[in-house]
Write a protein that binds this ligand. Structure first.
Ligand SMILES: [Zn+2]
Length: 146
């Protein structure tokens, strides 16, 4: 299942595997602990506050504020062909943080810490696997399969 997420997969099994199924349908899901109500993104099966293993998925809007960013010039193995690129860490409206690439709707000169952004799942359906990544785009950017 986690071959969907990228070029390398080290996770043969996870309790939050349905996350990928939701992404296929264009829904960005975090988790909510059913014992204490703590929310997190990415989804966690085990609560970071109370250690409960009971959780439910909670859809998030993707509305976010830029926490920090960096320009990648020396890329990790597998990404050399796409340098340079800019990634950002955002604080999500519902809680939690996401790391994502900047999308085409935002020029490098516009990027400012604290700016409002929209986390957008980008889904590529191919014959043998589905690849998903996120981009950071202008508020209001719609989510759709590309
Ligand atoms: Zn909890």
């Amino acid at each position: 299942m986690f071959q969907w997420f990228g070029k390398i997969n080290y996770s043969p099994f996870t309790k939050v595997g349905a996350f990928a199924d939701h992404l296929k349908d264009g829904r960005l899901m975090g988790s909510r602990c059913t014992a204490c109500g703590t929310t997190s993104f990415p989804p966690r099966a085990d609560c970071e506050e109370c250690m409960s293993g009971d959780f439910e998925f909670q859809e998030i809007s993707g509305r976010a504020v830029l926490h920090t960013f960096t320009k990648i010039v020396a890329a990790p193995t597998g990404f050399e062909d796409v340098t340079p690129y800019i990634v950002g860490v955002v604080d999500l409206e519902e809680g939690g943080r996401a790391l994502a690439w900047f999308g085409e709707t935002i020029a490098e000169e516009e990027i400012r810490i604290g700016m409002e952004l929209q986390v957008v799942p980008r889904i590529f359906e191919e014959s043998e696997e589905i690849k998903v990544y996120y981009s950071l785009d202008r508020p209001g950017t719609s989510w759709s399969k590309v």
